[in-house]
Design a protein around this ligand. Structure first.
Ligand code: IYR
Length: 224
C-alpha cells in the first residue's frame, strides 16, 4: 500500500474526453485566447463585485508550491484610492520615462504608444493588485513559502484568462518600483506587490497595437 503520510486523497472526477472532442476543444480555446489583447483604453462602465470575486476565485485555483496559495489580491473600485494609486504610479513612471529606462527600452516600447501618464488607473472600474506572500507568520516565527514567484505568476496568468473569458479587458501594469502599493493598501510585511491590473470593459473606440504572435515553429520544439 502506498504511504500517503497524513494526507487525505479523494477521487479525481473530471470526465474523460475523447481525442476528437479534445482537438475541437483545444482549437476553440486557443481561438478564444488568441483574441486576448492588452488594452489601455477602458470604459468607465461598472463591473459588479460578484464578477470580480468569481475572477479572483478562478485565479486562486492555480497550482502553488505545497499548495500554500501565496497570493493576496486587492480589488479597488474606491475612486479616492484609485486616484492615489494613479498619482503614485505616474510619479514613478515619469522618472522611468525620463531617465530610468534605457534608450533601447524606450524604443522597444514606441509601437505600444505608452508613456508616463496612466489615466486608465482612474477610468477602469476596478484595479486589481496582486501581492506575493513571501512568508507566513506562525506565531512569532517567519515561515517561507515555496516557489512564490512561479506560483503567483501562474495565478496571474489564470487571472488574465478569467478576465478575458468574462469578456473584459485588462492591462498588466508594472510601475516600478511598486512599494507605494504596499503603503496605500496597507499591506503587511510578508507581502510584496507583484502586478497592478486594471480591468473593465474596453472603451468604445479602443484601439490596440497591430502585433503578431510567434508561430508554433518559433515557440515550440517537438521530440517525438
Ligand atoms: N512600466 C512602464 C513601462 C513599460 C514597460 C514594458 I517591458 C511594457 O511592456 C510596457 C510599459 C509602463 O507601464 O508604462
Amino acid at each position: 500500500m502506498k504511504d500517503t503520510g497524513n494526507s487525505t486523497f479523494i477521487p479525481y472526477t473530471r470526465p474523460w474526453i475523447d481525442s476528437e472532442e479534445m482537438k475541437h476543444r483545444t482549437k476553440e480555446f486557443y481561438q478564444l485566447m488568441d483574441q486576448r489583447r492588452t488594452v489601455r483604453m477602458f470604459s468607465d462602465t461598472p463591473v459588479s463585485r460578484e464578477v470580480v470575486e468569481n475572477i479572483l476565485l478562478a485565479a486562486s485555483t492555480a497550482p502553488s508550491g505545497a499548495h500554500k496559495q501565496p497570493w493576496t489580491f486587492c480589488a479597488i473600485s474606491d475612486s479616492t484610492m484609485k486616484a492615489k494609486i494613479r498619482e503614485a504610479a505616474e510619479e514613478e513612471e515619469f522618472r522611468n520615462y525620463h531617465g530610468r529606462m534605457s534608450q533601447r527600452w524606450l524604443k522597444d516600447l514606441e509601437p505600444f504608444g505608452t508613456n508616463w501618464q496612466k489615466p486608465f488607473l482612474e477610468i477602469a472600474p476596478w484595479i486589481l493588485v496582486v501581492f506575493r506572500r513571501i512568508f507566513e507568520w506562525e506565531g512569532e516565527q517567519k515561515v517561507n513559502n515555496y516557489y512564490v514567484q512561479e506560483s503567483v505568476g501562474l495565478a496571474a496568468g489564470m487571472l488574465l484568462t478569467a478576465i478575458h473569458h468574462a469578456g473584459l479587458v485588462s492591462l498588466t501594469h508594472t510601475p516600478s518600483p511598486m512599494n507605494f502599493l504596499t503603503e496605500i493598501l496597507e499591506r503587511p510585511d510578508n507581502e510584496r506587490p507583484f502586478l497592478l491590473i486594471p480591468i473593465g470593459y474596453p472603451a468604445e473606440d479602443a484601439q490596440v497595437p497591430n502585433i503578431h504572435r510567434k508561430s508554433l515553429e518559433e515557440i515550440a520544439l517537438f521530440f517525438e
